[in-house]
Design a protein around this ligand. Sequence first.
Ligand code: FAD
Ligand code: NAP
Length: 492
Amino acid sequence: MDWIRLTKSGKDLTGLKGRLIEVTEDELAKHNKKEDCWICIRGFVYNVTPYMEYHPGGEDELMKAAGADGTDLFDQVHRWVNYESMLKECLVGRMAVKPVAAPKVLVEISSTLSEEKKHLNGMLPEKKALGASAKDLTPSYDWFQTDSLITIVIYTKQKDMNADLVIVDCQDKRLRGEIILGDHSYLVEVDLYHAVQEDMAVNIAEKVGKVEIILKKKDNIHWKMLGQPLESHNTLSKRMDRGLFYRKCELVSKTEVTHDTRLFCLMLPKSTHLHVPTGQHVYLKQIIAGTEVVKPYTPVLPFLPLDFKEPPCHDGACIYLMIKIYSCGLFTQALDHLQIGDYISVSNPEGNFKKSQVRTSEDLFLLAAGTGFTPMVKLLNFALTEVSCLRTVKLIFFNKTEDDILWRNQLEQLALRDERFEVQFILSQPTKDWVGKQGKISSSLLSEFVKRSRKDSKVLICICGPTPFTEQGVQYLKDLGYSQEEIHTFTA
Ligand code: FAD
Ligand code: NAP
């Protein structure tokens, strides 16, 4: 908030009095000190010296890219942060295009120059040419119409298609259909020729990998074409290279979970098909004091799999988020002020958890601290309802006080109903009345609670909480002899 205030103060944060300049690599390299630090992100150069003290990751993290191109570093740590908005007052200018030595062959000139220009200006993500075999695997699409319907068919060429891998949005005549194929995705993206109705259907033939998007025409007229293709239409690209896509969702309910944590139910538009896979998170975006702020949150279920009823939200697909409101939190305070009926932008899902990690396990241990419990909710549901080879599922849940324990009652009920499931609450700041375990994550606590059900049993340990909690947990587990493959950490 203090940073946003400073950017609004009218102070000259670049020292260039509002001018934008072309920056050469040599010039950029000169600004490599804390008191004079420029960083290039995607071809744009920012003076980050005034931002140093506000950077959540600390000065040292920023200094790693001082006087250089920080795009890769930025993408690794927080690709989702809207730096253009955060740093707009610090913009110095663009990187200058490097002059190219006179080439021998004319054909080479254009390719070198344009590639170099694209690279330097960061205008286009790096795309590797697809080899013949990759081309064979690239999905394709077709479309046809009846009097009232438009059907777009995507042939994914994947046998194991499922609803988690298909994300479709249709807003204001713009259709975007994304098919997730590992770390790549295929996109159909067009400005439709005519208007369509709000609701649509998505059919997935899982075994043959065929996806049908069925749109209802607003007017029963013949379409000459599907529409105008957009830049990424009909491309297969790395998911990392595609920007986050958001749609506006309506807040339909907000219920108390504990004194500071609420369950937010957000309804997706009728014209969106989106399932957030187990272990993945989404980003929420709000404009706070004129600046776009983005934070990640992990969808949960409306309740634990005790007696599974229809989710209370019938009117469309909903996303449930369990969010702790921090008294001085920038994003969560704004979130808490949303009224029922207000809208908030929700991104496509991200995350590197794979269900197959659980499918082959016999013992599953979930180490959660505070809201680090959120990824464990869908994981518990999946493990207890779909993985038959699991013998034990144990949640070790770290909180400060009894009042902070999320869904304690539901967890205790679940443990009574399913003999494979056990929950252990550990409090770091208990009252005198607490008779349960107390302490912080430690080697001795982990050796007491994380044990293979039999020698050599296949184990998966998932861990989520404040970063130092997760890092310490991983170290203790490794010291106890667990391998990297047996540990999954949830991070952004
Ligand atoms: P900020 O303005 O960033 O911080 C203000 C103050 O709040 C801090 O000084 C500190 O006292 C406190 N605070 C803020 N963030 C943290 C923190 N991360 N740990 C401890 N104290 C903090 N949160 C949820 O409630 N539910 C989720 O499902 C969830 N999922 C997440 C998924 C991922 C992949 C990640 C990386 C984080 C997730 N978080 C989740 C945390 C969330 O993204 C925000 O960090 C959190 O909501 C605080 O944002 P804020 O802007 O309100 O606080
Ligand atoms: P909290 O209430 O502050 O703490 C929960 C428990 O963790 C407490 O027992 C606390 O002990 C302990 N703890 C806190 N910091 C620790 C540390 N440095 N080392 C060891 N133990 C520590 O937790 P919270 O406010 O709910 O925060 C939850 C965290 O989980 C957030 O940082 C959030 O970003 C993260 N999260 C990540 C994901 C994800 O990556 N996918 C998803 C959801 C949440 P003390 O009494 O000692 O503080």
